[in-house]
Design a protein around this ligand. Sequence first.
Ligand code: FE2
Ligand code: FE2
Length: 263
Amino acid sequence: MTILIHLSDLHFGHAFVPQIGELILKEIADIQPEIVVISGDFTMRARHSEYAQARAFLDRITIPVLTIPGNHDQPLFAPIERLTRPMGRYAKYIHNAIDTTRATSGWFVAGLNDNRPILPGGFWSRDQCAWLARECANAPCGATRVLATHHQLDWAGKWRPAGMWYPARAREFLARCGVELVLNGHTHIPGAIQTREGIVIARAGTATSNRTRYGQSNSYNLITRDEKQISVFVRRYDERAHAFIAERAFTFARNDKFVNRNS
Ligand SMILES: [Fe+2]
Ligand SMILES: [Fe+2]
């Protein structure tokens, strides 16, 4: 069994809750997953001070990490910079490559930036699709192919991202690339489904910010994979225990076409 920890929407700045941040770091150190994926919204307003705090947090994780930016990671109060270099601060503080991949034992994760400076997010350009197809074609044997984007691929009737007018087409494209697991953030509401193509889409809540929604607590997802199944465990923050506890588990049988292709 191999483990991936998926965090999202840390929102360093006034919304960040430091005590919960410390707990998350302890969870990662205790669990020792193969990889940590952080799917955007590191900051509230992309201020330098917020990014510096996010960098210090990342520096304390000793396990391989893959990051992608979120819509909040583009500077809000510097409009010219937002238009001309929307991911400049992200590149300076978090990771110099914006669309990036990381392979570890059992996982091959591609992170794709689906934010746009003016329009709502959820767009993948043609170049990005070509990049993803290329990267997946060269993924190591035996690694489960994972795509991380900030905006949600599955919206359950709400919060439809602007770029996702043709979700079936996107899912079919991902299945052709061999992508078996999609990781999203943005809504601050955790959940997981399996599409008819056999792709597991897992959404993480906000791990460390007070911007929780609809009665949800802070949470993160612990994802495991073996030869037969992918499981998504939502671990939520319990205020009374001041600890993350198991809340919900989603288990999905792996589609043979992915098992055969990715092994
Ligand atoms: Fe967010
Ligand atoms: Fe967001």
